[in-house]
Design a protein around this ligand. Structure first.
Ligand code: CDP
Ligand code: CDP
Length: 233
């Protein structure tokens, strides 16, 4: 019996990773943050001074780059080969360049292959931009999470304040809009709601409310699947 897969897509700071992580914990599933994979490659390219415009060079770099995640209940760490890059991949420099790096077909193809491999036996909650449309089109549960650009910028602003990072709300709102635009208009695998995804606007919802809504969708879905098809248990 296979476990189901859960795909969560949506724009920056909609709450995908926070919520996906909690849903995975509740179900005892693996959580995979695909944005962290694109961020790690972007960081590696910046560190090695690989041109961010050079698709071939980025692809070659990715082929020699192992991206792994720590397991367990504590904060998930991200590793580039053996180095812990959890914090550095959230830097402004990476954030500014990640949409460019992730726009290349060869990069995406390799990333998608790795992501599919991780989810092949089910039991994965994966978040990103193209999970429901490209990576896991057969995912039993698909959520498209949204929130207004203002609310998403405010969330990022509060995160930065807590970390002692000084940014203006205006700059963050502008960055959200710029990345939303790049991610949803790129030629390959643009950010878009899968036809069979449930749209969930989290603007006025707490993290727990969103988690509970998704768990309810999963429970409901599981009832419609025969035990031979899939189970969450
Ligand atoms: O956490 P945040 O919303 O800032 O973004 P992220 O999930 O870390 O993703 C960073 C960037 O990676 C996005 O803006 C996309 O350009 C890219 N990305 C992608 O193209 N496809 C994915 N499946 C995940 C992320
Ligand atoms: O992964 P993504 O970029 O979509 O968002 P995130 O990093 O999970 O969430 C961005 C911020 O919004 C975090 O600080 C969350 O705690 C916060 N958040 C919130 O305040 N209310 C929600 N309903 C969801 C997330």
């Amino acid at each position: 019996m296979n476990k189901i897969n859960v795909a969560i897509d949506g724009p920056a700071s909609a709450g995908k990773s926070t919520i996906a992580k909690k849903v995975a914990e509740e179900l005892g599933f693996i959580y995979l943050d695909t944005g962290a994979m694109y961020r790690t490659l972007t960081y590696a390219a910046l560190a090695k001074q690989v041109s961010l415009e050079d698709e071939e060079a980025l692809y070659r770099l990715l082929r020699e780059t192992e991206i792994t995640f720590s397991a367990g209940k504590e904060k998930q760490h991200v590793y580039l080969n053996a180095a812990d890059v959890t914090e550095i991949i959230r830097s402004e420099d990476v954030t500014q360049n990640v949409s460019l790096v992730s726009s290349f077909a060869k990069v995406r193809k390799e990333m998608v292959a790795r992501q599919k491999e991780i989810a092949k036996s089910g039991g994965v909650v994966m978040d990103g931009r193209d999970i429901g449309t490209v990576v896991l089109p057969q995912a039993e549960v698909k959520i498209f999470m949204t929130a207004t650009a203002e609310e998403r910028a405010l969330r990022r602003y509060k995160e930065n304040v807590a970390k002692g990072i000084n940014t203006s709300l205006e700059e963050l709102t502008e960055d959200m809009r710029r990345r939303d635009h790049l991610d949803s208009t790129r030629a390959i695998s643009p950010l878009k709601r899968a036809d069979d995804a449930i749209e969930l606007d989290s603007t006025h919802l707490t993290i727990d409310e969103v988690v509970q809504e998704i768990l309810a969708v999963i429970t409901q879905k599981n009832k419609t699947l025969t035990s031979a098809e899939s189970t969450i248990l």
